[in-house]
Every structure is written in C-alpha cells, then in structure tokens.
Design a protein around this ligand. Structure first.
Ligand SMILES: O=C(O)CCC(=O)C(=O)O
Ligand SMILES: [Fe+2]
Length: 348
C-alpha cells in the first residue's frame, strides 16, 4: 500500500527549502491580498543625531524639533551617532546570521515552549483563520537581567551572549536619552515619560529570520501591525530591504542605512503622549531570493505600572484620547495574532 506521509516542517526556514507551494495558512486574504505592489515608493525617514540631542548647543534645539516632527508625522526616524560603531553593529548582525545558519537540531535546543513567547520558534496559532507570518524568530528577555532566561540564549556562536549583552547596555542608555529628549521636545519635564516606566522596566529582543519566499506577491514576512512597546529599536538587515510603513493609507518602503538604527514609536508612547507621537503601522514583505534577518528590541514599562497620557498633554483643545492601561503587552499579542490593533481597547 502506498502511504503518503505529509512533510511536517519545524520552521519556515525548513519549509522554504522543502516545499514549492506554501500552505494556504500563509496566504493573505481580503484587503491584505496582493501585498507586494512593486510600485511602493521609498520614504525619506528623518535622520536624527543622538549626540546633538544632548549637546548644549543651538543645534540641539533644531535636532529636538526634528525629533518631535518626525515622531508626530511618521512615528519613526533613523538614529545615528548612537555610540555604537559600524563594526559592532556588524558583529550583532553576524552572530544572528551564524545562529540561524546552524543545523535545525542545534537551533531547537533553544525552542520555545508551546504557551510561551521566549525562545526559538514561529507564530503561535490561535485559530484556523489566522494568517501565519513567513518568519522564524528568536525571542529573548534582555532586561531586567534577573528575568533573563539563559536557557534560550544561544551558546553557539560563542560570541552571541556577550555581543547581545553589550548591545542591550548600549540601547538602555540610548532609550533614556531619547525618552528625555522626546519629553523636552514637547516642553515637558525631562522625566515625564520615564517616570511611567518603573524600576523593573523591560527590554525584549526579537530576531526575525525571513527565508526566501516563493510567493512574495501574496505572503508577508510580518503582517501589518503596530508595536506594543514604548520605543522599538530595529537593526535592519544590511543588504536586504523589506520594512514598509503605512501613512495616509499608502505603503512606503523604509531604506537601509547600515550604520543607523531604525527607531519607531510603539503604542505605549502613543498613549503617554496622548496621540501626539504616532505608533506607525508597519509590515515586513518577503522576497524570493535572499534571507533577510532583522533584530527588533522592544522597550516596555514595568508590567504592573499603569500608563496613561501625561497630564500636561490633555487640554480643552486636545482632550484625553486614552484611558489608563496596565500590562499592555499582555493583551497586545492576542490582538496581534488576530490581525487587530490592541490600542483600540485603550481608546476613549
Ligand atoms: O523585520 C522588520 O523589518 C520589521 C520587524 C518588526 O516590525 C517587529 O519585529 O516588530
Ligand atoms: Fe514591528
């Protein structure tokens, strides 16, 4: 008797190598159909110099204004002069590349458990209707350090942990500078956003690995979403483009600047700023030729801290838009997997 055994891939990476026609669950339907429109224009995302934001010179004021304008129109910017050398950023990219290039059995030593986020794996499936993203991920808690689960931190390549630790230390510092600068740019006290953070604020990393996809016209690497963070730092692939942003109902491609980090506002800053800073809708598209690897680091306030719009930003002309929320990230992911925006639950 001829028994047909269906191939069960353990990752999108494996699927990409072994299957010519991807399963239906990856295909976007409805309004998301026909995702890759080759005519998507490139957006000129503002470039902000972190060194200038903290300098006592007149150019500091100009840079603060650039930051305010970038975050209130696009909700993002390309960050330069962040204190990390190009060589170091290359190292961060290199260890990620080396990890995803390991044999499956080696990567699976860091597999996430079914019901948790952390570790190596792909989309959690909540329903048959869900569209699955064409990506494998490695998800890690970076800080607070006592919450790190080292069982998920690769020991191969050898430099992985040390490089990621150094990257975390740098981003923590930059995050503080930025939150203060953002408050200052709105004429608020420096710590207006930071004081909603709490002592146990966290940072999490998501390595996104997008293998080549045979149907980039119908399959997305990451479905349209906003981030549940305060700020997200994205280290883009150095050569392969794929990030797109929605503005006024039109998609735009985000260019690669190899030594810059792409920074975007997440929902929690949209809430704290009473809607002045925008959490942009974005997605990652696929391509049929090359792997693409990105590293997103999400900054998140302490989970039992309530966050809400800063008092001074609620005026008669601009009434309060969002209610108080707690543990935003907790319910964010369920909304995300259903293709819905969690911030709507916080809207008044
Ligand atoms: O890979 C990208 O370009 C986008 C990643 C992203 O948006 C995310 O991880 O939230
Ligand atoms: Fe994102």
């Amino acid at each position: 008797m001829d028994i047909k055994v269906e191939f069960q891939p353990r990752s999108v990476q494996e699927l990409a190598v072994n299957v010519k026609e991807p399963p239906q669950k990856f295909f976007h339907k409805g309004t998301d159909g026909g995702v890759l429109d080759s005519a998507v224009p490139l957006v000129d995302v503002p470039v902000v110099d972190i060194g200038l934001l903290t300098s006592p010179s007149a150019s500091s004021l100009q840079e603060l204004e650039k930051l305010r304008s970038a975050l209130s129109t696009w909700g993002c910017f390309q960050m330069v002069n962040h204190g990390m050398t190009s060589g170091f950023l290359d190292k961060v990219r290199e260890v990620a590349e080396q990890f995803f290039a390991l044999p499956m059995a080696e990567k699976q030593k860091y597999s996430k458990q079914e019901d948790s986020m952390e570790g190596y794996g792909n989309d959690m499936v909540f329903s048959d209707q869900q569209t699955i993203d064409w990506t494998d991920r490695l998800y890690l808690t970076l800080s607070p350090e006592n919450k790190r689960q080292y069982i998920f931190w690769p020991q191969n390549p050898e430099a992985f942990r040390e490089v990621l630790h150094e990257y975390t230390t740098n981003l923590k510092h930059v995050n503080e500078i930025l939150l203060k600068a953002m408050a200052k740019s709105l004429n608020l006290q420096d710590d207006s956003f930071l004081n909603q953070y709490g002592e146990q604020a966290s940072m999490t990393a998501r390595y996104n690995f997008y293998p080549p996809c045979p149907r980039p016209d119908l399959i997305l690497g990451l479905k349209p979403h906003t981030d549940g963070s305060t700020l997200t730092f994205l280290l883009q692939d150095k050569e392969v483009e794929g990030l797109q942003l929605l503005k006024d109902n039109e998609w735009f491609r985000v260019p690669i600047i190899p030594h810059a980090l792409f920074v975007n506002v997440g929902d929690q800053i949209e809430i704290m700023s009473n809607g002045i800073f925008k959490s942009p809708l974005h997605r990652a598209v696929t391509n049929s030729e090359r792997d693409r690897i990105t590293l997103a680091v999400f900054c998140i306030p302490e989970s039992d801290k309530e966050i809400q719009p800063v008092d001074e930003l609620i005026t008669e002309a601009k009434p309060r838009l969002y209610r108080k929320v707690k543990d935003y990230v907790g319910f964010y992911f369920q909304y995300y997997q259903q293709g819905k925006r969690a911030i709507e639950a916080a809207q008044i």
